[in-house]
Write a protein that binds this ligand. Structure first.
Ligand code: AMP
Length: 179
């Protein structure tokens, strides 16, 4: 069994959630499997082992779980990117595209010093609207976004290519066709 099959079988698929036609890729089963969780984090950080990463930025909420583990593994700090209105100190805000309409995300204005090397983490990239907003937010406060990593890529939706077009290297551990 390849690593990809092993990890991929740890992801649970829920049809028609949160609405008809969506195949929801549920990573709670992977997170709850000690071996799969460890392997996923090890594989995500592999390209940066031994290189200097200052901060890992995680996108609310599943990006917090993975991002915290990735930050620990890289001896980096962790920075949360949150939905608007949740962070207590002065923030910078960015609108981002959802399937229908837009929403806004925020980061503390002093969370990253200009020039710091940052890796962005979330569980899954679909259309890339969320991650694109996060990259713009990080760059706005001066981050050097070295990479974005995700457990799951839905390549048919084009998000990873969108990030690559912004000069952000993308690492993903598995792909699912469709959306
Ligand atoms: P997007 O902005 O389209 O790349 O969507 C990415 C965000 O939506 C991530 O935070 C994912 O957790 C969530 N998401 C989008 N599609 C799915 C899906 N099919 N299964 C699980 N989560 C999804």
């Amino acid at each position: 069994m390849t690593l990809e099959d092993d990890l991929q079988s740890a992801v649970r698929t829920i049809p028609d959630y949160p609405k008809p036609g969506i195949l929801f890729r549920d990573i709670t089963t992977l997170l709850g499997n000690a071996q799969a969780f460890r392997r996923a984090v090890d594989q995500l950080v592999h390209p940066w082992a031994g290189s200097k990463i200052d901060k890992v930025a995680g996108i609310e909420a599943r990006g917090f779980i993975l991002g915290g583990a990735v930050a620990h593994q890289l001896s980096a700090g962790f920075v949360p990117i949150r939905k608007k209105g949740k962070l207590p100190h002065q923030t910078v805000r960015m609108a981002y595209a959802l399937e229908y309409g837009t929403d806004e995300m925020e980061i503390h204005v002093d969370a990253i010093k200009p020039g710091e090397r940052v890796i962005l983490v979330d569980d899954l990239i679909a259309t890339g609207g969320t991650a694109e907003g996060a990259v713009k937010l990080l760059r706005q406060i001066g981050a050097d976004v070295c990479a974005a990593c995700f457990i799951i890529d839905l390549p048919d939706l084009g998000g990873a290519d969108k990030l690559r077009a912004m000069n952000v290297p993308v690492r993903t551990l598995m792909q699912f066709a469709g959306h």
